[in-house]
Design a protein. Structure first.
Length: 70
C-alpha cells in the first residue's frame, strides 16, 4: 500500500538519482552541481523515510484510519 505522496516522492527520487548518475559521467559538471543534486537526493530520501515512519502507526492500527473520522 502506498499513497500518492509516496509515489511522487519515489518518482522524484528515482529521477534525481538517474540525473546524478549521468552528471557523474559528464566532465563539464562542477563539484558544486554534484553536491547540490546529492543534497536534493538526501532531502527526498528523508522526506520519504519520515513519511513512512509516521504513517506506519496509522497503517498498523486496528481499524486503520476509520477511528480518526469518528
Amino acid at each position: 500500500m502506498s499513497s500518492e505522496y509516496e509515489q511522487n516522492v519515489g518518482k522524484l527520487l528515482a529521477e534525481k538519482t538517474e540525473k546524478y548518475e549521468s552528471m557523474k559521467k559528464d566532465p563539464n559538471v562542477t563539484k558544486l552541481e554534484l553536491e547540490t543534486i546529492l543534497a536534493e537526493i538526501e532531502s527526498l530520501e528523508s522526506l520519504y523515510d519520515n513519511y513512512n515512519l509516521g504513517m506506519n502507526y496509522f497503517r498498523r492500527a486496528r481499524g486503520g484510519r476509520a477511528g480518526l473520522r469518528e
